[in-house]
Each structure stands twice: as C-alpha cells, then as structure tokens.
Ligand binder design. Structure first.
Ligand code: MG
Length: 245
C-alpha cells in the first residue's frame, strides 16, 4: 500500500477492492496507469475574488467554518489556515451548483509517502472529494493522486507543484439531482489545477468512498457544505471563494 521509509517499495494500492463500475479497474487499483507528469506555469496564484463571490476565507479568521463539534479548530496565521488534527472543517453555508476557487500548499518538509504525504481534500456538498495530496514525486494509486475524484477518476495529468509551494484549484460543480430515492442526473465535476484542466466535466459515480464501489443508492440533500479534510497532515489553505450558480 505504501512505500516504506527504508526505501523498500511495497505494492501501491489495492487489488481486492470492488471494480469501479464501467471500468476494468479496482477501486484504488495499484496497476491503473499513472497520470502523465507535467510542469504547470508559474502564474494563476492569489486570484482576487470576483465581485459576486462569497469569500469563505480571506486569511483572517474561520468565521465561515465549523468543526465536527462546533468550533473549527484549525490554525490561522500569516494569511492561511492549517490542518491541526482537530477534524474536518466545513462551511456554515450550504451550496449546490458552484464555482469554487482555493489555494493550498502541502508541507514544505516532506514526511511520509503515498497517501500519507500532504493528504487533505476538498469535499463538494460534503460528499464528493477532490483529492489534495503532495503528489510531487510521490507514487500512489492513480485514483488517489492529486486532483483525482477520489476512488473514481485519476486526473488527466499530474500538474503538481513542489511541496511547500502554493497551488490552485478551480472547481466547477453541478450537483446531482434526485427524484425521491432515484437519481435523475449525477454530479458533474470539472477541475483546473494550477491552470491546467485535470477533470473535464466528469460524471461522478456517487459520493466518495474508501475501498468501496461508488453509487447513488443513498440520496442526499440538494445542498451541502464545502468540507476540507483533516487527514493528519499540516496542509495549508488560503484565498477561498465561491460563486453559487
Ligand atoms: Mg484526501
């Protein structure tokens, strides 16, 4: 599953998980082809929110966010927030279709490997994870690398910057529609990572899961929060804004 610190390379990912519907790949399949590595351009950072955006984090406080027991416990300093092993945080306001911009940085000091290095995540509606990971020279299973729709779609390319450098996500999201217990249309997700298209209007197969096949068997509310994952690694975020569509 992970690379040992001794340098010994163990198999990456899983082969005992269910097949992802419509594909020949197991969930988190270690043999699924890796996205091609590219070098993104250096711009596209510190984008100013447009006038009609809701600013979710401007670097000063977590007023827009809550934790699992009320208070959002992440650290705020120097214009960014940082994961502090106090649990996931999510927006007080709930959203459906949206455009979301955020910037993140994996720890400059590299620790761990595979899924244990700079892991966090952006969950649309609290349910659909765009993976945040230090994917720079860090082999892991393809559907779990940076910019993956976790457990479903690897990114089209690996556009990671080096650990410690600020990176951007611009996410365009169409919420799924349910009629009673039945799915009418799936969630559609487009992701631009550091100015590079990595997910092009992908139809999500259901809410994110770990080691299980995705499905829409359980309908969820029409709106949900933006959730940021605490995976135990001190990942930083800044300049987060959203436009409800
Ligand atoms: Mg994650």
């Amino acid at each position: 599953m992970a690379q040992g610190s001794s340098g010994h390379t163990a198999p990456i990912g899983y082969d005992d998980t269910p097949l992802i519907p419509g594909t020949e790949w197991h969930v988190h399949d270690g043999t699924r082809p890796q996205p091609r590595v590219i070098t993104p351009g250096s711009g596209n950072s510190q984008n100013e929110p447009p006038s009609d955006a809701t600013v979710l984090f401007d670097g000063s406080d977590l007023a827009q966010w809550v934790g699992s027991d009320g208070q959002a416990g992440w650290k705020v300093e120097n214009g960014y927030m940082e994961v502090t092993r106090t649990g996931n945080i999510q927006t007080q306001e709930h959203f459906s279709d949206c455009q979301l911009h955020l910037e993140w940085a994996a720890p400059a000091e590299v620790e761990g490997d595979s899924q244990g290095r700079g892991n966090s995540g952006v969950f649309l509606m609290g349910n659909y994870e765009i993976q945040v990971l230090d994917g720079y020279n860090n082999p892991t299973y393809a559907d779990g690398i940076t910019g993956a729709i976790y457990g479903q779609y690897p990114p089209l390319v690996n556009a990671c910057r080096k650990p410690g450098e600020w990176q951007t996500y611009d996410i365009f999201f169409t919420a799924p529609r349910f009629g009673g217990q039945k799915l009418i249309s799936p969630a559609y997700i487009t992701v631009v990572h550091n100015g590079v298209l990595v997910q092009n209007h992908r139809a999500a197969m259901g809410p994110t899961g770990h080691k299980r096949a995705p499905s829409y068997d359980e309908p969820h509310p029409a709106k949900g929060p933006i959730m940021l994952q605490d995976h135990g690694d001190p990942v930083r975020y800044r300049n987060i804004w959203i436009r409800a569509l």
